[in-house]
Design a protein around this ligand. Structure first.
Ligand code: MD3
Ligand code: FE
Length: 217
């Protein structure tokens, strides 16, 4: 009989699933970081609280956002950009904690992207009903660098399209601890998130938090 450490714990072993060329889903990859990550996030949100920004079209987003790192993603009447200053406080964004940086770098290596140096981490908070419509992430300087995303809290249905807006999205359920590395051709694919279903997560409560690590500059 062969038994290993992981057999006793359901889903304790991270798994790898290719979603598209360059897009690798690492289920459970963030689990071993969670006990350090959650207090680090609480500290960031204390310094730079979540806020619901306005799109350049003037619509208020249902997702609330903040950032850590040397630059953060912001949107206001003048469009989308990365900025070193939190417009709500006039101060720099909180630094990216080592635990978050290490999680992103190690996931990128697992996805085949050695040398990923994220300078921005956008932190999205979804409450029940919040959603993100199909979009591309094009505000970064270097599309050769991947984006690493980390899901925490309530599960969400992630919509993964293709290079054209009209490409029919496939649906993936992203759960607490799941990490995706988006590089190669998938880096510029359209994607979004379906309205969050209500629920209660044991560690995170009634919300989903998504972190996206980016090389913005
Ligand atoms: C595929 N966030 O912040 S993470 C975003 O769950 C964003 O909050 C979603 O899309 C969320 O821009 C999705 C997964 C993700 C992030 C970036 C990507 C998928 C991506 C960039 C290119 C292709
Ligand atoms: Fe995106």
């Amino acid at each position: 009989m062969t038994a290993d450490l992981f057999d006793a714990v359901p889903d304790a072993r991270p798994s790898r699933e290719a979603m598209a060329e360059g897009a690798l889903l690492l289920r459970g990859f963030a689990k071993s970081f969670e006990s350090e990550m959650i207090p680090a996030l609480r500290e960031i949100v204390g310094q730079a609280p979540f806020r619901r920004m306005f799109t350049s079209g003037g619509h208020q987003m249902s997702v609330a956002m903040t950032n850590c790192g040397s630059v953060g993603w912001v949107t206001d009447g003048s469009g989308y950009r990365y900025d070193g200053i939190d417009p709500n406080s006039g101060r720099p964004w909180p630094a990216m904690p080592a635990v978050l940086y290490q999680l992103a770098v190690q996931a990128a290596i697992a996805g085949g992207f050695d040398g990923f140096v994220p300078d921005a981490c956008l932190i999205n908070r979804y409450e029940p009903g919040a959603r993100m419509s199909l979009h591309q992430d094009k505000d970064e300087q270097d599309f050769a660098a991947p984006i690493v995303s980390v899901s925490l809290g309530l599960p969400a249905i992630f919509l993964f399209g293709g290079p054209k807006r009209a490409d029919k999205p496939r649906r993936y359920r992203l759960e607490h601890g799941d990490v995706v590395v988006w590089g190669g051709p998938s880096r510029l694919f359209f994607h979004g998130v379906a309205p969050l279903a209500d629920g209660e997560h044991a560690l995170m409560g009634r919300q989903r938090i998504n972190l996206t690590f980016r090389k913005a500059r």
